[in-house]
Design a protein around this ligand. Structure first.
Ligand code: BYC
Length: 325
């Protein structure tokens, strides 16, 4: 009986179709919404794109927190534009996920109930203005490192969304670095704030790339399907190598005593983040997990009247159209 069950599950997908699908991926032909795809491919994409969309939406919270307290009108306008961009990124990504047969309401419900994840980084607080600089520099910097290769990902709608998103992310990273420059070249207190922000956000930024390759559950299959283009450790290494000279230029110190240039590998040796902290944050125990979900739930409840109004308007229009026919 059990053997039969396994057999019937395994036989639900035609080996010939699976082989043709893999050949298409290997030839770098994009998979489009109406094409046949293995169920595992579809589910994985919904998970990854959904998590990514939620990250963009929740990612507005730590920065939005500082819009009213930005130090100048110019900084306020820039931050406002950046946070609005993140909302737009969330929308492109939800739209890409919807092409896989999941509804946006479904995804939202899973975020609000805590069933679906968003990036661990957004469970850390932004305590002062220097943190806004460090978020733009490090968090958007890490996001770009991960997302530039995703422009070549195998699923067409995701890949096209990533092209648009990456254009905006590089502006985000530069605005963060610009804030850090001002702080690092400012008064002693400002420089201390910049260093303190780097100290607190460095390891959480390294965690954004996911667990080490040895611990990564999905990497092997997702790389074969080209849903993911690099391993977590490859991207983390590239991020460290890119960021160290940027910190040196700012006159700031990366909080890692083991950081040394390794001539042989052509990259820096660095200390791993505390992985027990990472897994704890994923379980919901980070400094801001509860606040973030409460804020999203409140926004959803507060927006009920808008959704009701839109539905009532659509219903009225439909009724008027039917009456006229
Ligand atoms: N946070 O097998 P693995 C942004 C989970 S930037 C939370 O390696 P995978 C933004 C993973 O989901 C951030 N969870 O997984 C920037 C899996 O758990 P489940 C968004 C994480 O998927 C600035 C488990 O750990 N970017 O939005 O192959 C401003 C095992 O990991 C994290 C993206 O989402 C994490 N850091 O690789 C505003 C990019 N890392 O689901 C907004 C697209 C791992 O099995 N995503 N997990 O329970 C990816 O490239 C991949 O999903 C990851 C993880 C590299 C993140």
């Amino acid at each position: 009986m059990y053997a039969q069950m396994i057999k019937s599950e395994a036989s639900t997908e035609d080996p010939k179709q699976l082989k043709e699908f893999q050949a298409k991926i290997d030839d770098n032909i994009k998979v489009e919404p109406r094409d046949w795809m293995p169920e595992g491919y579809r589910k994985t994409l919904i998970r990854q794109i959904g998590q990514h969309a939620h990250s963009e939406i929740v990612g507005q919270l730590p920065e939005g927190n500082w819009i009213t307290r930005a130090p100048t009108l110019e900084r306020k306008m820039i931050l406002l534009a950046k946070v609005q961009d993140e909302a737009g990124h969330g929308l492109y990504l939800y739209a890409a996920a919807e092409t896989l047969g999941v509804s946006r309401d479904d995804l939202t419900e899973q975020l609000l109930s805590g069933k679906m994840k968003y990036s661990s980084i957004f469970n850390y607080p932004t305590l002062n203005w220097a943190d806004i600089g460090a978020v733009g520099w490090l968090v958007d910097g890490a996001a770009i490192m991960n997302q530039v290769p995703l422009q070549r990902t195998s699923y067409g709608p995701y890949s096209r969304a990533m092209i648009r998103i990456c254009k905006e992310e590089s502006f985000h990273q530069r605005q963060g670095y610009d804030i850090m420059m001002k702080m690092a070249q400012g008064t002693e207190t400002q420089k201390k704030m910049a260093q303190d922000a780097l100290n607190r956000l460095w390891y959480p930024s390294l965690m954004m790339f996911g667990p080490s390759d040895a611990e990564s559950v999905h990497s092997t299959q997702n790389m074969a399907w080209k849903i993911k283009m690099n391993t977590n450790d490859e991207l983390r290494q590239k991020f460290v190598d890119q960021t160290v000279p940027q910190a040196q230029y700012l006159g700031l110190t990366i909080p890692d005593e083991n950081l040394t240039w390794n001539e042989e590998k052509g990259g820096y040796d660095y200390s791993d983040p505390d992985w027990s902290e990472f897994f704890d944050v994923l379980k919901g125990n980070g400094p801001c997990n509860v606040d973030r979900l409460e804020a999203r739930n409140k926004a959803w409840d507060d927006g009920a009247w808008v959704r009701d109004g839109l539905m009532a308007h659509a219903e009225k229009k439909r009724a008027a159209k039917t009456a006229a026919e």
